[in-house]
Structure formats: C-alpha cells, structure tokens
Design a protein around this ligand. Structure first.
Ligand SMILES: Nc1nc2c(ncn2[C@@H]2O[C@H](COP(=O)(O)OP(=O)(O)OP(=O)(O)O)[C@@H](O)[C@H]2O)c(=O)[nH]1
Ligand SMILES: [Mg+2]
Length: 637
C-alpha cells in the first residue's frame, strides 16, 4: 500500500481578549503547552508577555493535509497592551476570548480595535468559562451585538469550558474550517522576521524568535538585523520545536544566529536580507480611527507607533486639518524618534504617549518619506492614489513614478509587500498602457518623458540654426538646455539613446539631427576662406592660434574646420590643415623607415617646420602610436 504523504499548511493564530478571561488556560488545554513561561506570570496568575504554543489540526478538506498552527498567546491586562500588540501583527486568525461570566470588557474592545487596525481578517470567538454562565443565550446575543458592524460580525461563537471540557473539540473543528477558507501567507521573496523573543542557550548562543513573513530563510544564510544593519549568519532554524532546513512565511521560527550578541538585538528588530534596503525615520501613512474609539488624534500629537513586533516614539503630522476625528481616515506622516525597518503595505497601530489607550491604526503608504515636500500637492496626490487602492501594485508603482517623474527600476517598490515579479508585471502593464516608459535603468512618467524629449529635440534644432557650422549640440549643452525638466540626472543617456532611435545621431560628445550637414554660414565664409589660404601657405609653420583667429568669426570658422576634419588641432596652440598633417605623418614615417631613429631637429630639418610645430606634432605621433620615443630620439613603433 502506498504511504500517503502529508502536506502542511502553516497559519498563525493569536489570542485576544480581556484579562483573566481564560486565554492562556484555553491554549494550554488545546495544545498541552503552557504559554505562561515567566515565574512572575505564574506567581501573579496573569500573562505579562507573549506566550507561544503550536497545534496540528487535520484539514477538513483532505485527509492528506494538515494545518500547522503557530499560536501566540497575548496578555489581556491593560498595562500590557503594548506587549499584546507586538504579538498580533501577522495573524491569519484571531481567537477572541470572552469570558461568559464577565462579558465584553475594555480590553476585549481595545484588542478588537487593534486586530482591525492590523488588518486581521478572520476571527473565531471562544465564549470561555461557559460553566459559569448565568444565561448562555443572552450572553451569546450580547457578544453578537458587540460584533455588529465590525469585520468579525459573522465570526463563529463557540462556548467552551476548560473545566467541563465542553466545546474544545468544536473549537478545533471551527478553527480548521475557518483556516480552510484562508489563504496561507504569501511568499514574496522578501523574508522578514520581526523579533519577539531573544535568549541565549548554553553551547548554542543567541536565539531569536518571531513570526516569519513575506519570504523564507534557510540554514547558513547571511542575514542583516535592522535597523542596526549588523550582519549575522543563521546557524540553525527551528519551527514548532523541530530543526528545519528552511523556514517559510507564516511560521513561528527560531533562529540561532552566529556573530551577534544578546545585547545587539532587541524585540522589534527585524532579521532580513541586506538586499531589501535600509530603515527609515519618516513614514507616510493612511491613519484610521475606529468609529468606536473614544477620541481623535491631533496634528502634532506625540504617540507610540507599534509595527511588527516593535514600537517607536513618534509624532503625528496630518496632511490636512488639525485633528483626525473619531471614525475618520486621513493621510499623515509619522515622524519617528528612531529608525525602523518598515515596508509600504505594513499595518501599524498608534497608542497614546502614556501607553494607556490605543488611538488609531493604519497602513504605511510610503516607507521612505521625508519632511521635504510634506503637504505638497505632488506628494498628496501620490498618497491619495495609494490610499484608494492599497493592494494595487500598479497604482503603487505609477503613483510613485508620477510623483518622482522617474524611478530607478531596482528600487521601485523594493520596500513594499509586492514581489519583484508583481512589480515587473505592473511595470509591463503600465508601459503597454502608455503611462510609463522604460529609460535604461529607469522607468519614467510617459507624459513627462514626451515633454523632455520634445524639449531636447527643440534645443538641438535651435542649436543647429544658430551654429550650422557645428556638428551638433554638446551633451553638456543639452543637459543645460533641459534644466529641471530632466527627471533624473542619470536619465540623460537614456534620453539620448531614445533620440538616436529616431531622427538623431550621436557624434562623440554631441548630438545632431541625422540630416544635419555642418556648413559655414554665409557670415563666416570669408573667415573660412582666409583660414584655408593661410594654412595652405604655411604648411609646417602656420601662425599661432591667436594670430589665426583674431576675432570671434575666425574662431568659429576654425572650430568648424576642425570639427569637419579639414584642420587638425595638434595641440591647443597649433592647428595645421588636414592635408598637411597627413603629409607630415607620411614624411616622418618614410624618413624613420629609411634613416632609423631620429631626433627632433632631424625631423624639423626634414620637414622644414618650426620647433613650435614639430614638438607637438611628434608628441601627437607618440600618442597616436606612430612613433616611439626613447630619450632624445624617436623610431617607428
Ligand atoms: N470555571 C472556569 N474557570 C476558567 C476557565 N478558563 C480559565 N479559567 C480560570 O480563569 C482564570 C484566568 O485564566 P487565564 O487563562 O490565566 O486567563 P487569561 O485570559 O490568560 O489572563 P491574562 O493572560 O492575564 O489576560 C484562571 O484562574 C483559570 O483557571 C473555564 O473555562 N472555567
Ligand atoms: Mg493569559
């Protein structure tokens, strides 16, 4: 008989609910693991910090697959809400615990709001201590009423008791059913492990744990700890108490790290990859306040921003107005007191300065914001577009390209919850739709690109009209002509490349219309004739450059002769006609071939030229690889 292979799907379940409502007792009974591990927790009979357990549930859909649940048990006491928040940033399902004898209480409500701010989509309600219920029916009704108009309005409510054992199997089945309709955590190739526990084990060293999100990590991999930027190597990984080769997104993961000391890593730090960018101090966000909240948030308020497993002191700056009212949403900036490693698309909560109330929550729209341009129309528009559709990668990409005009491909949405493939796909769609264009390493707003291209073409045409004798507009001249219209400095090359795909040609350090033929304008023709005659009359002893070009017209005519190849600039001071230059080179070659090594004065006598011309001529021939100098003599190379 073939052995069937079990497949596993990983999920994270977290408790929530008021103090003493039976969260930890329920987890212990369901899993056999006591999540309260601190002596102080045992002594006081309450949970203080996060506790962890795991559970395997058979999948209701198939006998060959099972659900692996990483469980986070949170404290319910109002003093420890900041610890609770650190545990629930990436839950697949919340287990909202309400004690039947106590009903809906302040932290039941606060936790519900936190789960909502953090984007937790599903919940199962455990109505615990049902053995103590006076009137089970009305207790269930009261909870259903509290859940009305929340995201969890239709969450199953399961009465349980760890004393009588009632409802425990039903709770497991209910969890499994809800998980069966839940998509497992996505792997976008950008692993982040927000650290929630750090400890050392004798003989093993530093171990950190957390809920791994957005990608996998493997044994032997080099990782970076953000925001410090320190690097470490993963010596080993564990998931649910077992050694594993790789950890996947959506799993509770423990990493044994080399090269890092206990004091170098803290709760809230993120273990991630070097390639995923660095931390930031200013976040542009969409801030939301629950309609059930007690108070609004004022512009300038000092708060604690909780993200991932960490928190940081911050100031709220609203993009408009002085206060965000209860039930409202607004674009805001969170100016952090310290740097944090955050992605666009991450959810966060905001608590008051005294850490007594949860004030608001929201989603990060730009993880690398800055004070510069705060409240500018450009920035506002970008954020408004993102806030409208926070899951739409194309909106995220095009809103940024529109705002910044051009963005380097390699960093476009790097620090976001979109995979590189998502971004590349969005880019291709935006190009196909004519909204953006690729320009070398950059993607550029199509409208802006058309403007800058037209401006470049015009600048070149204007230059040709003014200087028909020149081959074209120099690159520096082009750069100056474009001014601030060039979206990004590095896009100049791409722009020239684009121009050269149609009616333009690059010649050395200049660009011209392909059809442009340099010619001396009428006003310079006389000066040109004089120069030609002078250079022909004095083959190897032409007048100095200063005497050749007594005025601007002569200078422009000479430049034309040089650019068009009629004259050769053998040094900044000496110009000879191209014919004479060729004759000189041929003569030197023939002379050296016949007579062997020769000195400068041999060559001077042979050519009948002046020292002023022959010295730079020979130096030029050295540079061109015609002659080889050795002491005072030269020979053919
Ligand atoms: N009668 C009865 N007592 C229960 C039940 N579940 C828990 N308890 C008791 O309620 C008390 C609190 O239980 P915990 O599991 O510590 O509560 P908690 O929600 O984890 O508390 P915090 O973590 O501090 O918020 C303990 O004395 C439990 O024995 C139950 O189903 N029936
Ligand atoms: Mg507890």
């Amino acid at each position: 008989m073939p052995v069937s292979r079990l497949t596993y799907e990983h999920f994270i379940v977290g408790t929530a609910g008021h103090v003493d409502h039976g969260k930890s007792a329920l987890i212990k009974t369901l899993t056999g693991i006591d999540p309260d591990r601190l002596p102080e927790e045992k002594a006081r009979g309450i949970t203080i910090d996060l506790g962890f357990a795991h559970l395997e549930l058979p999948s209701p859909a198939s006998a060959d697959s099972s659900f692996q649940l990483g469980i986070v048990d949170v404290p319910g006491h109002e003093d420890f809400v900041k610890n609770m928040v650190a545990g629930v940033s990436s839950l697949d399902v919340a287990l909202l615990v309400v004690a039947a004898d106590d009903g809906w209480m302040p932290q039941t409500e606060e936790h519900l709001q936190i789960l909502t701010y953090l984007g937790v989509a599903r919940a199962v309600v455990a109505l615990t201590k049902i053995d103590l219920a006076q009137d089970e029916g009305s207790t269930v009704e009261a909870i259903r009423e509290r859940l009305r108009e929340t995201r969890f309005a239709h969450a199953p409510i399961v009465p349980t008791s760890v004393v009588s054992g009632r409802g425990l199997d039903e709770l497991k089945t209910t969890l499994a059913h809800v998980l069966a309709g839940t998509r497992p955590s996505r792997d976008i190739g950008k692993p982040r492990l927000p650290v929630d526990r750090i400890f050392t084990l004798p003989g093993i060293g530093t171990v950190v744990t957390g809920t791994l999100v957005d990608g996998g990590l493997r044994r032997g991999q080099t990782v970076v700890i953000q925001p410090s930027g320190k690097t470490a190597r993963i010596r080993s990984l564990q998931s649910h108490g077992r050694d594993v080769e790789t950890g996947g997104p959506g799993t509770r993961t423990a990493l044994n790290l080399t090269d890092i000391r206990l004091e170098d890593i803290h709760r809230g730090n993120v273990v991630t990859l070097q390639t995923l960018g660095g931390p930031s101090e200013i976040l542009d966000v969409l801030l939301e306040i629950s309609p059930r909240a007690a108070r609004g948030v004022k512009h300038g308020a000092r708060v604690h921003a909780h993200y991932g497993s960490g928190s940081v002191a911050a100031r709220v700056a609203l993009y408009s107005g002085d206060e965000l009212a209860v039930g409202g949403r607004a674009l805001a900036q969170l100016r952090l007191d310290a740097s944090a490693f955050v992605f666009a698309g991450d959810r966060f909560t905001v608590r008051d300065w005294a850490e007594q109330h949860t004030l608001a929550g929201g989603i990060v729209l730009d993880a690398d914001a800055s004070r510069h341009g705060f409240r500018s129309a450009k920035r506002y528009r970008c954020l408004a577009r993102r806030a409208q559709s926070p899951a739409d990668v194309a909106e995220f990409a095009s809103s940024q390209i529109e705002r910044d005009v051009g963005v380097r491909r390699s960093v476009l949405l790097l620090k976001s919850r979109f995979s590189a493939a998502d971004v590349a796909d969005a880019e291709a769609r935006l190009v196909a739709a004519g909204q953006i264009v690729g320009a070398g390493d950059f993607v550029v707003d199509a409208g802006q690109w058309r403007t800058v291209r037209a401006k470049a073409a015009e600048a070149i045409d204007v230059y040709h009209a003014a200087h028909p004798e020149h081959v074209g507009l120099s690159l520096t001249g082009l750069r100056t002509a474009l001014g601030a219209d060039l979206p990004i400095e590095q896009a100049l090359e791409a722009l020239i490349g684009d121009l050269c795909r149609s009616d333009f040609t690059r010649v050395g350090k200049a660009v011209r219309r392909t059809a442009h033929r340099p010619a001396l304008p009428a006003a310079l023709q006389a000066a040109g004739e004089t120069l030609r005659a002078t250079l022909a009359a004095h083959p190897f002893d032409p007048p100095s450059r200063k005497d050749l070009t007594p005025d601007a017209a002569a200078e422009r005519a000479l430049r034309f002769l040089i650019e068009s190849g009629e004259a050769v600039e053998i040094s900044s001071e000496v110009v000879v006609s191209a014919d004479n230059f060729t004759r000189a080179v041929d003569a030197v070659r023939a002379y050296l071939r016949e007579h062997g090594p020769a000195t400068m004065s041999d060559v001077r006598q042979m050519l009948g030229g002046s020292r002023r011309v022959v010295v730079p001529l020979l130096e030029r021939l050295d540079r061109d690889g015609v002659t080889l100098r050795s002491g005072a003599t030269r020979s053919l190379r």
